[in-house]
Design a binder for this molecule. Sequence first.
Ligand code: SF4
Length: 386
Amino acid sequence: MDRFREDAKKTPLGLTVNGTAGVVVATQNFGVLPTKNWQQGTFDGWEKIQGEELTRRFLTKNSACYGCPIGCGRKTKVDDPRFAGQGEGPEYETIYAMGSNCMVDDLAAITKANYICNELGMDTITMGATIACAMELVGRGYLSEDQVGRSLKWGNAEALVELTRMTGSREGFGDQLAEGSYRLADRYGHPELSIHSKKQEFPGYEPRGAQAMGLAYATSPIGGSHMRGDPAYFELFGIPQPVDPHEWKGKAKITKSFQDLSAIIDSAGLCIFFAVRNLTDKQLDVPPTGILEYLNAATGAEYALEELMQAGERIINAERLFLTKAGFSRKDDSLPKRLTEEPAPTGPAKGMVCHLQEMLDEYYREQGWTPDGVPLADRLKQLNLL
Ligand code: SF4
């Protein structure tokens, strides 16, 4: 902790200064800021919703989890009478989902909708992604504004806030939004407009310009999530080592390593922000050497590094076994066709698609699973799961 604090004095961490909202600049620059229900990866209004704006306009003070020297949390207050309120956030994922993804560049509205979700216990990613899906259904004429009961054009800030509130109380069209984007899009005959994997909406990193993220969403045991493996650290931030975000070859290895690492971090009760930067070695297989020191000091056990890394692998394989028994296989490790067949129209990833099937072949080999994604007996024996 002393070492960390000394370093932080020299270069204050972006997370401390602008919170996770600071990520908007990076994703916009890489062309991976999901925009207009994932039709593109750049947003013209990005400067109005980025972290510096949040800090300048609404931040009242930082907040931190117990004992954390980073303090990425944001206590905020909005005075704008249209969207007045106070609370925590918004985080980056909320800003993408309710902002660029809905083409809303009004940070006060995003922050207000975020407060409503916090207060009512709703997930901001799914809320924003479901409203974006509804906006596309309306834009393409598959759903009428009469059915919604109000105007729902791209970028409508008032609609974002009002529909979030109505979802929480399942009022009017909010009753349909409360079912999430998959059921909504399916109901109107266009399930392809729900951007999901295993029916869970994605966090804010476009796989056409960050290939490993596509593989991570598709293979995450709980559906599209950045909390079960987030190789955007490698691809966008060069942590622990920079890799080319547009290259798909070799991404299976780092995705697997990051998934194993995330299982260890979650099980040890640590925060991914601190642990990835400060408690791993700068190698592609992200050895958790710092976590090992913490764990051995806290428990008195004398785990070896290999044992700890194998614990992560065992968790991922046990979860996969559960999924296999529940009928999941390669067919479910999927991404929407928008990301695998429609080339990105803007930004540095222009013309690219996500090479999921090629990466899946590599990934299953890395895992020691069949080409259909089922763990092999030899692998399970190695991990003491058989
Ligand atoms: S523990 Fe993690 S989430 Fe909590 S304040 Fe620190 S960096 Fe942020």
